[in-house]
Design a protein around this ligand. Sequence first.
Ligand code: PMP
Length: 278
Amino acid sequence: AEVYLNGKWLKPDEAFISVFDRAFMFGDGIYEVTLFYKGKGFRLKEHLKRLQYSLDQIQIAFDAFSLENLMLEAIDRADLNNADAAVYIQVSRGAGPRSHFIPEKIKTTILLYAFPVALEGFENKTWEVMATEDKRWHRCDIKSTALLANVMANEEAIAAGFHENLLVRKGYFTEGSHSSLFFVKYGVVHTHPEGPEILSGITRAEVIKICTDLNIKVIEKAVHIDELVEVEEVFVTGTTTQIIPISSITHKDKTVYTTRKDSLTKKLQQVFIKRTRA
Ligand code: PMP
């Protein structure tokens, strides 16, 4: 497989960036991950729109939509037209003298490549998760490469034998370390509203659309950890996660939730598979 770096297609071990690249030194870059089901991009425009939003928010002047053809080319070059695959895009501010001050003239570093993903059978999984304090910054809507807090939260979960870490800010669930988060309470789907506390998930938006189409009520309102006693179902969503039910939540070494039902999550999975595989 080849990677696209600054206008050239290269073998991964022949692709290099400057040690002074600001994504390396500061995490000063934006990324995006888009799925291609058998060569067909899923919500490609939405992903590029989110990439553009993040770039605009940190004032990197770059046209995200100029990458569309390169994404398709990446899938072609990696011979992934008949597989489930994803394209990773990273737009870094570029290389300059190491300083908090951004040079006036700086050239963005563009990296893009396709890779296979194993999505088959996601609907048969369940995840046992833990919950901890959300230690991230207050601009989680920006899809920044600076993912240290996410990486550490995930690692804490993995080290303790869990699949994901659900993040809690002032008692309210925001999202997972690498997934969006939903609760079903009295038959109504709840998820944290969009804003600086969460990433605006593409799969999250799709699930909300499916609920609307099925006449299932959705409330974009954060759920408090004390409300878990009233919650029937919990599930997480994401581009490579798809939709996975949560079987238990452990918080401060105590089990604070165990599945009561899974019927609504199963229904959403079925419709999601139909739409993504259409
Ligand atoms: N929140 C965070 C913090 C994530 O890393 C991800 C996965 N990329 C998501 C939500 C889900 O977003 P999407 O459905 O667009 O992949």
